[in-house]
Design a binder for this molecule. Structure first.
Ligand SMILES: [Zn+2]
Length: 139
């Protein structure tokens, strides 16, 4: 049994287990060998010299997935507990800040200019990518 570090044409690296080198060639040639992430059959063996370099993108990928999951949890929480005020976000946040509105949790969309304006006035707002990363803001 041999283990190869493999890389698909989409840049996913994974391990492949084979009986021997011929088995690897056979699976590769027959299109049986596929990337477990994207299913691409364009897979190649990673030269052992670059193995160390390739461990990092993989670790980053896992870290990325972990963050994605965390972000999803935050998004769920925000969607359930924050009132969506849409494009009136900056206006509503400002009114709450100056006591014209009762304080509550709101979410909505604001432009970067509006966001920076709010921060300058000392209003706590936090950007959160709910739909489009540059538009959605959360108070
Ligand atoms: Zn792939």
């Amino acid at each position: 049994m041999i283990v190869y570090d493999l890389l698909c044409n989409q840049g996913h690296d994974f391990e492949g287990w084979f009986d021997d080198a011929r088995d690897y060639e056979k699976q590769l040639g027959g299109g049986i060998l596929q990337c477990p992430v994207c299913g691409s059959a364009e897979v190649r063996k990673v030269p052992s010299a670059s193995r160390l370099n390739l461990k990092r993108p993989d670790a980053n990928q896992q870290e990325g997935k972990r963050r994605q999951k965390l972000l999803q949890m935050v998004q769920e929480h925000v969607k359930r507990n924050y009132e969506d005020v849409g494009s009136r976000f900056a206006e509503e946040a400002r009114k709450m800040h100056y006591g014209e509105r009762e304080r509550r949790n709101i979410r909505g969309a604001a432009s970067w200019a509006e966001f920076k304006e709010l921060r300058r006035e000392g209003i706590e707002a936090m950007p959160l990518p709910l739909h489009s990363p540059s538009k959605e803001k959360l108070n």
